[in-house]
Design a protein around this ligand. Structure first.
Ligand SMILES: Nc1nc2c(c(=O)[nH]1)N[C@H]1C(S)=C(S)[C@@H](COP(=O)(O)O)O[C@H]1N2
Ligand SMILES: [Mo]
Length: 323
């Protein structure tokens, strides 16, 4: 749904960002009746404005990880999403996520760490140089994408907040505000959404602290303003719209493991040899703009999603037991 085509809006209205968010707050503050008065039969348009206005360009990025595979079109990356805080259907996030205010935003860093405190999103974005990384993304449901993310290694952040020797794992927590995220009013998961990594996994250079994709900041449905991306693991490990990062000495409970422990383990490394009880993990449907052809020409899923350099993290572990 569009409020106006972006081409109809003078650039003075698009920038600065704060203007945009104020306008959004103004509109949501009107309530449905006020919006209807303003918009007449365009009511639906005004309650779901064009998401592209919420992004900021991130110029001068160096691409450090690439693949020759065709990238998933921006339209698919931003409209076919799992983000249960907005609803359980793939199109719910793109329709509902405009309700989230990704700015101002703070992340609380807690636990076994020398610099525990609340960090501003702008401060975190400046802790290291942003770069582009084109990663494969594999959802446990059997589809995959190739996405040019923007961020920097999670390890750069971790080193600056200085976990102590007691920190063995890191836990991520997503916002769970029913005002901004209508999906959390239903108990489909035990909110807030949490995820976790062993410390050596979190420090692996492929683990990305992510702020954008396709050269601009994240849309809300992709986890604005801050998320992680772990390309060798199933998508659900990549926690979105993070408000808390906690360093702990125990294996953190994770939202999907709590919901269905026989289906979702803590590690959840992409592994074609270990099937999910409901979905084979041997092949995948690549969403690359080729439409229905991708459902016919399934690709073989690769161990660790093709990122064999992480194998050393799991040497000696029975990956059937630690799935
Ligand atoms: N907070 C939160 N993070 C989440 C999810 C979610 O429902 N809530 N879904 C996960 C799943 S199942 C996938 S496949 C990816 C999808 O990320 P994307 O839509 O940005 O591609 O986000 C993951 N992170
Ligand atoms: Mo997923």
């Amino acid at each position: 749904m569009l409020i106006k085509k972006s081409s109809d809006i003078p650039s003075s209205e698009i920038t600065p960002k704060s203007t945009y968010f104020n306008r959004r707050q103004f509109m949501t503050g009107l309530g449905v009746a006020g919006a209807a008065l303003l918009a007449g039969d365009k009511l639906l348009d005004i309650v779901s404005p064009e998401p592209v206005l919420a992004v900021t360009k991130l110029p001068g990025l160096k691409t450090t990880v690439k693949t020759d595979e065709k990238q998933t079109p921006y339209k698919d990356v931003t409209s076919y999403n799992n983000f249960y805080e907005y609803g359980v259907n793939k199109d719910d996030p793109a329709r509902e996520a405009w309700r989230l205010k990704p700015w101002p935003w703070h992340v609380s860093v807690e636990g076994h760490v020398k610099k525990p405190r609340v960090y501003d999103i702008g401060e975190i974005m400046k802790m290291a140089t942003l770069e582009e990384r084109i990663y494969r993304h594999r959802c446990v449901e059997g589809w995959s994408m190739v996405i040019p993310w923007v961020g920097y290694s999670l390890s750069s952040f971790i080193k600056q907040v200085e976990p102590t020797s007691k920190a063995k794992y890191v836990e991520f927590t997503t916002l769970a505000d029913p005002q901004q995220m209508p999906g959390v009013r239903r108990a489909v998961l035990d909110w807030p959404y949490t995820e976790g990594l062993r410390m050596d996994e979190a420090l692996h250079p492929l683990a990305l602290l992510c702020f954008g994709l396709y050269g601009q900041t994240l849309l809300n449905q992709n986890g604005a303003p801050i998320r992680v991306v772990l390309p060798w693991k199933y998508g659900f490990k990549s926690c979105k719209s993070i408000v808390k990062i906690r360093f702990v000495d125990y294996e953190p409970k994770t939202a999907w493991n709590k919901a269905a422990p026989n289906e979702y383990g803590f590690y959840s490394n992409v592994n074609p040899n270990v099937d999910h009880p409901r979905w084979s993990q041997k092949t995948e449907r690549r969403i690359d703009g080729s439409g229905f052809l991708a459902s016919i020409h399934k690709r073989e899923t690769q161990m660790f999603n093709g990122y064999g350099e992480v194998a050393g993290l799991y040497s000696g572990m029975d990956l059937r037991k630690y799935f």
